[in-house]
Design a protein around this ligand. Structure first.
Ligand code: PEP
Ligand code: MN
Length: 249
């Protein structure tokens, strides 16, 4: 699915908040051209007092969203103990930025037989990112996608600094598909469409974008979430860039 001429657009809310919210967004992103659904059931929040996700209930809702839309689902696993439950529902297992260095989880995900979506650690060098990928591959995983999601720098205007140079770098150094997440990479919805276009221009095989029906009411990452309408426009405006680099949306 990832790595062909057609870009893979992964879209959905940061976190599954309710059945209604997830189903509404799932239908909207499908209509706009997304080919995969995202949504966290288990959330790795910075604060232990912040909403931690709907957990098993969230997985059930994701299964329903997939059944309704036909879109495959990628969702994050935080620890090995969740792996079986997540793998029963997800088409692809996400290992988040905070777990990129968790070699035990990397191995377990690789051995699970499920495709793995590996996000770059926010302070990881590209070399460390590639070595984390090696853990997944070495454990038997063969279907693996790398995701640049921004790194920590001295810059404070954006939540993270989206390192687009890593896209061609990773492609030169490995055969793995590379996806860019401009939502976490910038933290600001207004910057997402232009960074999405830039990502496609520099060779990304897909995008992961957060979408929420009412971003100001989102339980997580509202500032960086596009409305379905803005996501639709982002996809529309991506077409010309995709064509210019021999890809399609
Ligand atoms: C996410 O995609 O839901 C997420 C938590 O992203 P990251 O691991 O990149 O912070
Ligand atoms: Mn998020």
């Amino acid at each position: 699915m990832f790595g062909g001429p057609k870009l893979v657009l992964v879209a959905g809310p940061c976190t599954v908040e309710s059945r209604e919210q997830m189903l509404e967004i799932a239908c909207a992103v499908k209509e706009a051209g997304a080919s995969m659904l995202r949504g966290g059931a288990y959330k790795p929040r910075s604060s232990p007092y912040a909403f931690q996700g709907l957990c098993e209930k969230g997985l059930e809702i994701l299964a329903e969203a997939r059944a309704q839309t036909g879109l495959p689902v990628v969702t994050e696993v935080l620890e090995c103990a969740q792996l079986e439950r997540v793998a029963a529902v997800a088409d692809m297992i996400q290992i988040g930025s905070r777990n990129m260095h968790n070699t035990v989880l990397l191995r377990a995900a690789g051995a699970s037989g499920k495709p793995v979506f590996l996000k770059r650690g926010m302070s990881a060098r590209s070399e460390e990112f590639l070595l984390a990928a090696e853990y997944v591959l070495e454990a038997g995983g063969s279907d693996l996608v790398l995701c640049e999601r921004g790194i920590r720098t001295f810059e404070t205007a954006t939540r993270f600094t989206l390192d687009l140079s890593v896209v061609p770098f990773l492609k030169q150094r490995s055969w793995l598909p590379v996806v860019v997440d401009p939502s976490h990479g910038t933290g600001l919805a207004s910057l997402v469409p232009s960074m999405a276009r830039a990502a496609v221009a520099c060779g990304a095989d897909g995008l992961m974008v957060e979408v929420h029906g009412r971003p100001d009411e989102a339980l997580c990452d509202g500032d960086q979430s596009l409305t379905p309408e803005l996501f639709y426009r982002m996809v529309r405006d991506l077409r010309a860039v995709a064509e210019a680099v021999g890809r399609s949306v």
